[in-house]
Write a protein that binds this ligand. Structure first.
Ligand SMILES: [Zn+2]
Length: 347
């Protein structure tokens, strides 16, 4: 696995990622600056015409910053092709600012807030941009977590949702969610501060899924789709996990019984994540219906898995560089890229 210090992201390609909104606005003051950024990402070593293969500086137009014209064949190349910005009339700078707002940790922004922040006259424009950017979060991460012999995966289920107003106490509308989190013994490279950490262990990548019940079929099915075989998986001693060894996992069931200290010892990080997930859902999305819960789990997972790499989140949301099957810079720099194996393309 390739691991490159995060500083490389900032220095290589001379594309610094801003850490505050004022800094962001200085970096991308206008559409021309955004277009230059897109050009730099696509052609690190200078323009190369996709039509005729010519190199050398293309023509640029002040009135149409997202279009370059090849000097050799005179054909136009659109910088926004293949991104969420393709074929929209909204200025590039609005898209960039929007993606910055959504990728920063600001949770659950409404279209009205978004409209105000971006200074848009039409609510519909804000709504559409927000939805297009959000679509970039719903795309599930494809590779399975785990697979590193030094690390293990904590796995557990939890009930999300609960008593709806007026229906009294109890377990109305609760939805079962199963989660798997990589636990690493070393601090991931990066600058993140909000690292869930217990006893020198660090959270790696996360997977969350709504499951219909606690049967072996549901739970083991989730593990197979989310965790690489051979990984050490820690669960409670619920019988449905009994088949994991046979499925090729190094299964360690722990007897929680009624002693919370046992869970704290063996499944601390997945419990911490469930607790963060629930306060996030409570705080900004009052009453998420079971039908939409998976979308919120995806958004939570998207932010969690990219928390050290806001640059990756920003680019993923805009759809920049996402159309190539080879590793993107983001993949390489984050250390998340794994060369194709049997696990690739799964899920
Ligand atoms: Zn050309």
């Amino acid at each position: 696995m390739l691991r490159t210090p995060i500083d490389d992201i900032h220095q290589r390609a001379a594309l610094p990622f801003p850490t505050s909104l004022p800094q962001f606005q200085r970096l991308f003051p206008d559409d021309a600056a955004c277009a230059a950024y897109l050009e730099k990402i696509r052609w690190e070593d200078g323009f190369n015409c996709p039509w005729c293969g010519a190199t050398g500086d293309p023509y640029r137009f002040a009135a149409r910053p997202s279009v370059l014209r090849c000097r050799a064949c005179k054909r136009d190349v659109r910088l926004t092709a293949g991104t969420v910005m393709a074929r929209t009339r909204t200025p590039l700078s609005t898209w960039f600012w929007g993606a910055y707002l959504v990728s920063s940790m600001t949770p659950g922004m409404s279209a009205v807030q978004f409209q105000r922040q971006l200074g848009l006259t039409r609510y519909e424009t804000a709504f559409q941009i927000l939805h297009k950017l959000r679509a970039g979060m719903v795309r599930p991460d494809r590779d399975r977590i785990g697979g590193n012999p030094e690390d293990h995966v904590e796995l557990d289920e939890t009930w999300v949702g609960g008593a709806t107003r007026g229906e009294g106490r109890g377990t109305h509308h609760k939805t079962l969610v199963v989660g798997a989190i990589e636990v690493r013994q070393r601090r991931p490279e990066g600058r993140g501060t909000a690292v869930p950490r217990r006893g020198g262990r660090y959270a790696g990548r996360l997977r969350l899924e709504v499951v219909p019940n606690r049967t072996a079929e549901s739970l083991c099915g989730f593990v197979e789709s989310a965790v690489a075989p051979g990984t050490m998986v820690i669960t409670d001693d619920w019988a449905s996990y009994g088949g994991l060894t046979q499925l090729g996992y190094d299964h360690l069931p722990v007897v929680e019984g009624s002693d919370p200290a046992v869970a704290e010892e063996y499944l601390p990080i997945v419990h911490l994540i469930f607790s963060n997930l629930k306060s996030w859902l409570r705080g900004c999305h009052h009453g998420v219906s079971p039908k939409h819960l998976q979308a919120y789990l995806n958004e939570f997972t998207f932010r969690f898995n990219r928390r050290f790499y806001p640059f990756n989140a920003f680019r993923s949301l805009l759809g920049i560089g996402g159309e190539v099957a080879s590793p993107t810079y983001a993949d390489l720099y984050s250390g998340e890229w794994e060369h194709p194996t049997t696990a690739s393309g799964h899920g």
